[in-house]
Design a protein around this ligand. Structure first.
Ligand code: SAM
Length: 195
């Protein structure tokens, strides 16, 4: 069965500064928060990290995009572009190579079957430019008090294997992110670039 998570936000358990800080942004990048949910990362990026940049907030869930459109209008944010799209079908509004950094935060585990994953990774690869980066932040495949069932969580090693089949190599891995317990942390971030 498909794992449904429309409208869920990580805002109450993942710190936006920890996530955006890990990306080492210069401030002028074109950034995509893909599967943005309520957009707390996209909004933080616009306000504090990308004053000279552009942020694409993309989600398949129309209410998420409507709320971000309202935020954009109320706050006169020109460099926030909100797009309702399904990444498994392609984000046709965005040209090839347009994006410097894509972040998928707690989204990738929702794509369970191999065919769907392949389509998503091909689309990510199309969207980034030759020096672009794809950052996947995910739950570690361990029992935790919240988050998706452990059996659908994927490890960084699994992601590295899948992405390598699409000509994308790991350039960064931090396995010490997210919520902390006495024994472990809830999340990792892995970053890929074109080979
Ligand atoms: C668990 S939520 C995470 C939201 C946000 N990234 C966060 O961490 O707060 C997953 C998000 O991915 C979106 N999503 C799921 N499948 C998608 C798809 N095929 N294309 C675009 N967005 C998708 C959902 O609508 C949801 O908003």
């Amino acid at each position: 069965m498909e794992h449904r998570h429309h409208g869920k936000s990580s805002a109450n358990f993942l710190d936006s500064d920890e996530i955006l800080g890990e990306l080492n942004l210069c401030g002028d990048e074109t950034f995509m928060d893909l599967g943005c949910g309520d957009g707390y990362i996209a909004i933080k990026a616009i306000n504090d990290y990308l004053h000279e940049g552009t942020v694409y907030a993309v989600d398949v869930y129309n209410l998420a995009i409507e709320e971000l459109d309202a935020y954009k209008d109320e706050n006169n944010v020109e460099n926030l572009i909100n797009i309702e799209a399904d990444v498994t079908k392609g984000i046709s509004d965005v040209d090839d190579g347009k994006i410097d950094v894509i972040l998928m935060l707690n989204v990738f585990h929702g794509f369970a079957d191999v065919e769907t994953r392949d389509k998503v990774i091909d689309e990510l690869s199309r969207l980034i430019n030759d020096n672009g980066r794809i950052a996947i932040m995910e739950f570690k495949p361990i029992e935790w008090s919240f988050g998706p069932p452990t059996e659908i969580k994927c490890s960084p090693v699994e992601l590295e294997e899948i992405f390598s089949k699409h000509g994308l190599k790991k350039v960064h891995l931090n396995e010490n992110m997210g919520q902390k317990s006495s024994e472990d942390t809830s999340h990792y971030m892995i970053i890929f670039e074109k080979e």
